[in-house]
Design a protein around this ligand. Structure first.
Ligand code: SF4
Ligand code: SF4
Length: 464
């Protein structure tokens, strides 16, 4: 009797195993190589097909059986999101890990850090900056190209000042008036005032705030700015009282690792949304290895220890057609540079101050290649059966490979899965100096030890 996978159910084969993606239920099943052969009609086994029918994954068919292909995403050209990095270099804080290398101007002049010398070199006097009218034009062009969501970010975006005294909230208001349906300001919160919060609320703008620790002195050590914790907490309070949609985010690093549990608990008490603490990405000043959290904390907060995937129709189409995060997104800096991601300052793909239009930058082959980059091009992931349900971060992967692998090819450094053996939790993917990916098994004992304390199983879910 001929069988086939039901509509919306797909088999993705990896190096040794396969994954059945059921977009009808959202479940992902890990299956072995023999099951792959049966489902792909390379060998016969009606008993196995019968099991799949019972599980609601397959059906008998009157016409000829066949493998259904994942539907590609239709909308791969549209601009969907812009990070408007309205202030790139300047900040009123000087966080030790800043991805943009931002800091107060006075620091740059007075402190004479080695990184400041570099900044001076980059920020040459003749370097053209976006004027207020350039930002307005860009926002309108992006809107006309279909973009409806944007984030105003820096440096510290509240330091933005147009040539005629225009403020950040003037830019936010313009985005709202244009018809952007989601506008967010990402700030350290220290320059907020009750009046600004009131206007933010009236505009319907969202806010995201960085809070590094529940402990004031730890937070201030991260920001290298005494008194910053009190100001950030005050802003959070004002925003909450005004019921402004708010998220509070925490980067996990060496400096705050010991207070990370308390910080997470504080956020729960405050009832503010935010992602899981995110281990520091090696970008900007964050490339300093001394800032990285201890491996125990990386395991606890950052590693993929077991398959935890869902197979939604949109996700599977998206991840098999373009990059899981970068597709449809750009960053524009205060110098007009266009980047694929806010964390990709070394990957300039164009400049809106010199290009004839934003649209022409979006059509640059280099950006198209990034937008359309699936895990089929990533080392190791290309051989993994989870590649169309697994999230990816290119700046993180490239940064972790320390120059030994490319932006689009570096393996994902937080994955403990080995698609060549089917094991979870036995190592991590790294790149050697010759550019080859290897599974570093020397970390297995520590990964397993921490995983045990988290009561996590690191064994794959196997349906066959
Ligand atoms: S990161 Fe790559 S290797 Fe790891 S589960 Fe995802 S797709 Fe597979
Ligand atoms: S690519 Fe990475 S760093 Fe950039 S937005 Fe996505 S997850 Fe964040």
């Amino acid at each position: 009797m001929p069988y086939r996978l039901k509509d919306g159910v797909y088999l993705v084969e990896g190096a040794t195993r396969g994954a059945i993606l059921d977009t009808n239920s959202g479940l992902v099943y890990s299956v072995n190589g023999i099951a792959c052969q049966i489902v792909n009609y390379r060998s016969e086994n009606n008993t196995y097909w019968g099991q799949l029918v019972q599980m609601g994954l397959a059906e008998t068919c009157v016409s000829s059986p066949g493998i259904s292909a994942i539907q590609p995403l239709k909308d791969t050209e549209r601009l969907k999101f812009v990070w408007f990095e309205v202030v790139t270099d300047d900040c009123n804080e000087c966080c030790e890990h800043c991805y943009a290398g931002s800091m107060p101007r006075t620091y740059r002049k007075e402190m004479g850090f080695a990184e400041n010398a570099l900044q001076e070199l980059i920020a040459q006097p003749e370097r053209k900056k976006m004027r207020h009218s350039d930002w307005l034009r860009l926002m309108k062009e992006a809107y006309d190209l279909g973009c409806r969501a944007g984030q105003l970010i820096g440096g510290e975006p509240f330091l933005y000042k147009g040539e005629n005294g225009e403020t950040l909230l003037d830019l936010a208001q313009y985005l709202v008036e244009l018809g952007y349906t989601r506008v967010e300001i990402y700030s350290n919160g220290t320059l907020l005032t009750p009046e600004k919060v009131k206007l933010i609320k009236t505009l319907g703008v969202h806010v995201a705030i960085s809070l590094y620790s529940s402990d004031p002195s730890t937070h201030d050590l991260v920001t290298r700015t005494p008194g910053s914790h009190a100001k950030t907490m005050r802003a959070i309070q004002w925003l909450k009282e005004a019921s402004v949609p708010l998220r509070v985010e925490t980067v996990l690093m060496k400096r705050n690792q010991e207070t990370i549990a308390e910080t997470t608990a504080l956020k729960e008490t405050l009832d503010v949304v935010g992602r899981h603490p995110d281990p520091l990405r090696p970008k900007g000043r964050g490339v300093n290895p001394l800032l990285q959290p201890d491996f125990e904390y990386v395991v606890r907060y950052g590693l993929m220890l077991k398959p935890n995937f869902t197979a939604e129709t949109d996700t599977v189409s998206h991840y098999s057609s373009g990059h899981s995060c970068l597709l449809g997104k750009i960053t524009v800096t205060e110098f007009g540079e266009v980047l694929p991601c806010i964390f990709s300052h070394d990957n300039v793909v164009g400049n809106v101050l010199v290009a004839p239009s934003l649209e022409s930058v979006l059509r640059e082959p280099v950006l198209t290649r990034i937008w359309r980059a699936t895990k089929d091009g990533v080392m190791v992931c290309r051989d993994c059966e989870y590649r169309y349900v697994c999230f990816d971060c290119r700046p993180l992967s490239e940064g972790a490979s320390a120059g030994n692998a490319g932006y689009l090819t570096a393996p994902y450094p937080r994955c403990t899965y080995n698609p060549y053996t089917g094991e979870w939790g036995q190592g991590l993917w790294k790149v050697d100096e010759l550019g080859y990916a290897f599974y570093d098994r020397t970390l297995a004992a520590e990964i397993q030890e921490v995983a045990r304390t988290m009561s996590e199983s690191v064994t794959a879910q196997v349906a066959h």
